[in-house]
Design a binder for this molecule. Structure first.
Ligand SMILES: Nc1nc2c(ncn2[C@@H]2O[C@H](COP(=O)(O)OP(=O)(O)O)[C@@H](O)[C@H]2O)c(=O)[nH]1
Ligand SMILES: [Mg+2]
Length: 162
């Protein structure tokens, strides 16, 4: 399969065309998750630039303001049916944070909004409150982004533009 054909297949992908029908799915959610500063937003930038054949641009606010870049889960549509999701990252992975990450990955919280984490047992309430605003028709593909600190790129400290 050459590149053009591959692109066409991705662009035209629709669950409605699947042999057994859409089975309730509407779109693929490529859900990025991982620690803060490990490159989730940069990865999204790279995919968008490769897909739209554009020069590198900071679409997803990589390396940006901490609040804006980490507290929202933002969507970046690649096609009508394939969407990248830049989820709120975490500084560590405690049991509490793992629960919050699960809620994002399972798409139990609204997209394109700030994700305000809560202490104690508020998370189940937030999930119930979010229910009317959440679409259950996403086919979720989780993608864990992890920076390997032991094999540093020579320019990683000096230049954010790798
Ligand atoms: N050298 C290098 N730097 C990267 C890479 N990916 C991201 N960075 C840098 O790491 C920093 C954090 O990246 P960012 O995408 O904001 O991480 P996020 O918090 O997971 O979204 C930014 O300054 C990026 O330029 C990479 O593959 N190589
Ligand atoms: Mg980010």
């Amino acid at each position: 399969m050459d590149e053009e054909e591959r692109r066409r297949k991705i662009r035209d992908f629709s669950f409605d065309k699947c042999k057994k029908g859409n089975q309730g799915f509407q779109r693929i959610l490529l859900q990025l998750f991982g620690y803060n500063g490990h490159g989730k937003s940069s990865f999204i930038n790279s995919i968008i630039c490769a897909w739209f054949k554009s020069d590198y641009k900071n679409y997803a606010n990589s390396g940006g303001n901490v609040k804006a870049s980490t507290e929202h889960r933002m969507t970046y549509p690649l096609t009508n049916n394939i969407v990248l999701v830049d989820n709120r990252g975490c500084p560590t992975m405690t049991a509490h944070e793992t629960g919050e990450i699960f809620a994002q990955l399972a798409n139990l919280l609204p997209l394109d909004r700030r994700v305000k984490w809560s202490k104690g047992l508020r998370l189940p309430d937030r999930i119930v409150e979010a229910e009317p605003h959440v679409k259950g028709s996403g086919f979720i593909i989780p993608i864990f982004i992890y920076r390997n600190h032991s094999h540093r790129c020579p320019h990683s400290q000096e230049s954010p533009e790798f």
